[in-house]
Design a protein around this ligand. Structure first.
Ligand SMILES: CC(C)(COP(=O)(O)OP(=O)(O)OC[C@H]1O[C@@H](n2cnc3c(N)ncnc32)[C@H](O)[C@@H]1OP(=O)(O)O)[C@@H](O)C(=O)NCCC(=O)NCCS
Length: 126
């Protein structure tokens, strides 16, 4: 399968949810993402771009995998040394799909964040 997913989000919406509840932050974001996002004036832009990346990836995988294994913190972004983002998946997801290629791109401004994902993968038949 070769699939593409995209998502756009208002930074103010994510900022409001995070500020309202620490539980929201911990339920949605992987600890490595929280570490990456927490500093600086663009904190909520980083969180929002990651939220958009999760949504874009879920759009791809929801047609193939049950919703209960596509938990928010089972799909997360890490950044390579040069800043390039990559998507990481939980073991539970990796037991169900074999990822051949996966590419993500993030962009954010003060008000909006966007993520685009391209994935080539096959379903692992048990
Ligand atoms: C990478 C770059 C194109 C980002 O463009 P921008 O208009 O400033 O910002 P955008 O909002 O569009 O994109 C930001 C996202 O680009 C992504 N990005 C950063 N470096 C990247 C790279 N080398 N390759 C691909 N994507 C990259 C990140 O996901 C970042 O968001 P995040 O920090 O929340 O993960 C720009 O910063 C650039 O040209 N940098 C030159 C290299 C550099 O200075 N690197 C510094 C780290 S060593």
């Amino acid at each position: 399968m070769l699939e593409t997913g995209i998502d756009i989000i208002e930074v103010a919406r994510i900022k409001k949810s995070i500020q309202a509840s620490d539980r929201f932050k911990k339920r949605i974001f992987h600890p490595n993402e929280i570490d990456y996002c927490k500093s600086g004036s663009t904190e909520y832009q980083h969180y929002s771009a990651r939220f958009a990346a999760k949504e874009a990836t879920r759009k791809i995988l929801l047609s193939y995998l049950p919703n209960n294994i596509l938990k928010w913190d089972s799909i997360w972004i890490e950044n390579e040394k040069n800043g390039k983002p990559i998507i990481k998946f939980s073991e539970e997801i990796l037991k169900k799909i074999n990822i051949i290629n996966c590419s993500v791109s993030l962009s954010h401004i003060k008000e909006l964040a966007i993520a685009s994902v391209v994935m080539e993968f096959e379903i692992i038949k048990n």
